[in-house]
Design a protein around this ligand. Structure first.
Ligand code: HEC
Ligand code: HEC
Length: 217
């Protein structure tokens, strides 16, 4: 228990340090350390060989419906794996996969993928509808801008409250599938249902435009 508490304390210090630095500045050593968390990326590399078969050796998958994990926040990867283990997030393959790993393995694997060079889009998909929603949201419909949580270019953000995953440079078909799952209540695991509310306010055309834009970031 004491060990867990001291780990949490270390984490909080890291978060405080991050907050004290200038704006979220890309790839500084502090930011990378904070993204990787407390796991061992070297052990995680060998422990994730099964996962690499689908998610790619460096966390870049070749299949549009399999998400990239490269440079994703370790705390987000870990949360999703625990959600798959408990059934809070459902997907036949991932529910089974997540059950094959131990809790230490889980933290190491998350650190390994988080330590890889962050996923990048090719700059395609620039469109007015998406850019406006991404940068400004639409307060007439209570849609907060994506950038306010997911950070500049959707490259993710960790605060003392929550981890906001990297979405910029993620596969378009995967992003679309998640927004549609939230809208249909087939994915219900975002904190305070924040993503369910947002997805339900978006039209099909907006989901199409947004996922085109975000995958290119
Ligand atoms: C057979 C292919 C396959 C294998 C093997 C596999 N995954 Fe996945 N993974 C997927 C698919 C497909 C999804 C998308 C599931 C969904 O829509 O919920 C996914 C989703 C995830 C996510 C959620 C990512 C996000 O952005 O929310 C994580 C984390 C993840 N996998 C980690 C792992 C780990 C760790 C392993 C190894 C223990 C693993 N996966 C093995 C196919 C696979
Ligand atoms: C108030 C904060 C907030 C806002 C605003 C927000 N998001 Fe999110 N989003 C989150 C959080 C937190 C998660 C992680 C959910 C979880 O824990 O599973 C998330 C997850 C996602 C995911 C799933 C990523 C993955 O790898 O599975 C997508 C896609 C997404 N958001 C798209 C958007 C889009 C598009 C917008 C703007 C229209 C947006 N979000 C606005 C907080 C936010």
């Amino acid at each position: 228990m004491i060990r867990i508490q001291s780990k949490i304390a270390t984490c909080l210090v890291a978060v405080a340090l991050l907050a004290a630095t200038t704006a979220y500045a890309g790839e500084s050593a502090d930011v990378i350390k904070q993204r990787i968390g407390t796991g061992d990326p070297v052990a995680g590399k060998s422990e994730s060989s099964l996962c690499q078969g689908c998610h790619g050796e460096e966390g870049l998958s070749l299949e549009e419906l399999i998400p990239n994990l490269a440079g994703q926040y370790a705390s987000y990867i870990a949360k999703e794996l625990r959600n798959y283990q408990s059934g809070a997030r459902t997907h036949q393959i991932m529910n089974a996969m997540a059950k094959t790993i131990t809790d230490t393995g889980l933290v190491n694997i998350a650190a390994y993928f988080a330590s890889q060079e962050k996923m990048q889009g090719g700059g395609w998909g620039d469109n007015r509808v998406a850019k406006k929603l991404f940068l400004k949201g639409d307060m007439t419909r209570n849609i907060q801008s994506c950038v306010s949580c997911h950070g500049e270019k959707g490259k993710g953000k960790a605060t003392h409250i929550s981890t906001y995953p990297v979405i910029g440079g993620q596969h378009k078909a995967y992003l679309r599938a998640q927004l549609i799952n939230w809208r249909k209540d087939e994915r219900t695991n975002s904190p305070d249902s924040v993503m369910s509310k947002i997805a339900k306010s978006l039209t099909d055309a907006e989901i199409e435009a947004l996922t085109d834009y975000i995958s290119g970031l």
